[in-house]
Design a binder for this molecule. Structure first.
Ligand code: COA
Length: 429
């Protein structure tokens, strides 16, 4: 068969494709923007025919209907990271959460900790050689296709063709479903004055020629706002969003001084608006690799002046950082935070920054605390932590004693809580 015949032989409707999922199967859904909306919808519509299908996913941008309480006999969600659509189910114990560094997700599939029956994903249209790109989501999605018994892909004509170790041949997929819906877009968030002050403080730590990792959300966007006068920045990041496109167009991001993948932006997934998706389409300056490469601290550390910037929820006076729980409630997951904290700390001239507003709950709660909330999970340990940044300043905790750390952290706490923190610190001994 020629390529066109192979392609046609695999075409099927979404409702037919999901009939190949069986009760008790483990189904991996592609990450973030790569989630195949029509297949997920068809699977949920077909729920009566399944019992106990396990759905493994990380950042779920769809409605997550498989976590609804009426679905409990049909689906059990196992989250490696949770977001808005899956948080309630996890915290009501109708869904599971499995702690896992993002860099290690592919290992779960490869080494048999989580054998995969079915993977469902989106790909770009095939090129003249029969290769489809994973588009916005290489991350754990490509490794999942290498370890699944059955691969069902939506071929979405709006999925950009992106480069890197990021292709799959049509002959290696079992069923193909043609789609043409627009990709999910995450609009840039509105940046508050507090976030601007945090962004300005983070920017003070970024030197010309640095390679950056930035997460998503208003704090990373605020940091980008204050980088316009920097020179020759590079990108080696779990993900990028629209803000990076602006800085690239302004000539601030050049990737020229990178010591690994010079002249290229290296990422494992993309999440933004059409502006980002158009920018990466057929753009050889942006390369995606699986997350066990991009987020491997041994790879990250090869970038000279690597700076990672991530966000957190709570920090105690020893510098223990909570980024994924609020008390006993699971809020998100470790994602790539520790991968980048470690990789950038090991890099020559590297820095790791964890940034947060000094307060939560409209100023009622200090995020800097004498003791962590009961049940909170430490994401970045006091041994790994380096810079903590709030709107009130920068605390460099590396090489500092516990006494010095407490002092530095109280200095960047909100003024309303400083006295209370000092008192609580004195009472700790
Ligand atoms: N006590 C009580 N509530 C708190 C709190 C605290 N210490 N800290 C935050 N909250 C509440 C906030 O008030 C907010 O509630 P609201 O939505 O009702 O206003 C909610 O929790 C979310 O906090 P916010 O700081 O706005 O979250 P965010 O969307 O900026 O995300 C993290 C911050 C830390 C949760 C997110 O960055 C994350 O998941 N990090 C871990 C993964 C990671 O770093 N990945 C690497 C790069 S992608």
């Amino acid at each position: 068969m020629n390529l066109s015949e192979i392609y046609k032989s695999k075409l099927i409707s979404a409702s037919e494709a999901v009939k190949h999922i069986k009760s008790e199967d483990r189904v991996v859904i592609a990450h973030a923007v790569g989630e195949p909306k029509d297949l997920v919808k068809a699977m949920v519509n077909n729920h009566e025919n399944y019992h106990n299908v396990e759905i493994v996913h990380m950042v779920a941008l769809g409605p997550g209907e498989y976590t609804n309480s009426e679905m409990k006999d049909h689906f059990r969600h196992n989250a490696l990271f949770i977001g808005a659509s899956t948080r309630k189910a996890v915290n009501e114990r109708r869904a599971d959460f499995t702690p896992c560094f993002f860099s290690e997700a592919p290992r779960l599939f490869k080494e048999g900790h989580m054998p995969i029956d079915v993977v469902m994903l989106q790909v770009s249209k095939p090129d003249e050689h029969g290769y489809c790109s994973f588009g916005t989501s290489c991350d754990y999605t490509k490794p999942a296709t290498e370890n699944a018994k059955l691969i069902i892909a939506e071929v979405n004509e709006n999925m950009p063709r992106t480069f890197g170790d990021n292709f799959i041949h049509i002959k290696d997929m079992d069923y193909l479903v043609e789609t043409n819906y627009p990709l999910v877009e995450l609009k840039p968030s509105k940046i508050s004055d507090v976030e601007k002050a945090i962004g300005m403080n983070c920017a003070k730590l970024i030197e010309d020629g640095s390679t950056l990792q930035l997460g998503i959300g208003s704090i990373p966007d605020a940091v980008l706002m204050f980088l316009k006068d920097k020179k020759d920045l590079g990108i080696h990041s779990e993900m990028i969003s629209d803000g990076v496109v602006d800085l690239y167009n302004e000539g601030v991001i050049t990737n020229k001084r990178k010591t690994l993948h010079k002249d290229k932006m290296i990422v494992t997934f993309l999440m933004g608006t059409k502006k980002l998706y158009d920018f990466v389409d057929n753009n050889p300056e942006v390369e995606l690799y699986p997350v066990d490469y991009v987020n491997d601290p041994k790879v990250i550390m090869q970038n000279y002046k690597m700076v990672s910037i991530n966000s957190c929820i709570q920090v105690d006076l020893m510098g223990q950082v909570v980024s994924e729980t609020i008390g006993t409630k699971q809020f998100s997951g470790v994602g790539g935070q520790v991968d980048y904290v470690r990789g950038s700390s090991m890099a020559e001239g590297g820095k790791s920054i964890l940034a947060m507003p000094s307060t939560a709950a409209k100023g009622k709660i200090s995020r800097i605390v004498s003791c962590l909330d009961k049940g909170a999970a430490v994401t970045t340990t006091r041994n790994d932590v380096q810079y903590i940044v709030t709107e009130y300043g920068i605390a460099d905790l590396r090489g500092k004693s516990l006494r010095e750390r407490a002092e530095l952290l109280i200095n960047i706490a909100h003024p309303d809580f400083k006295e209370q923190l000092r008192k609580e610190y004195d009472e700790l001994i």
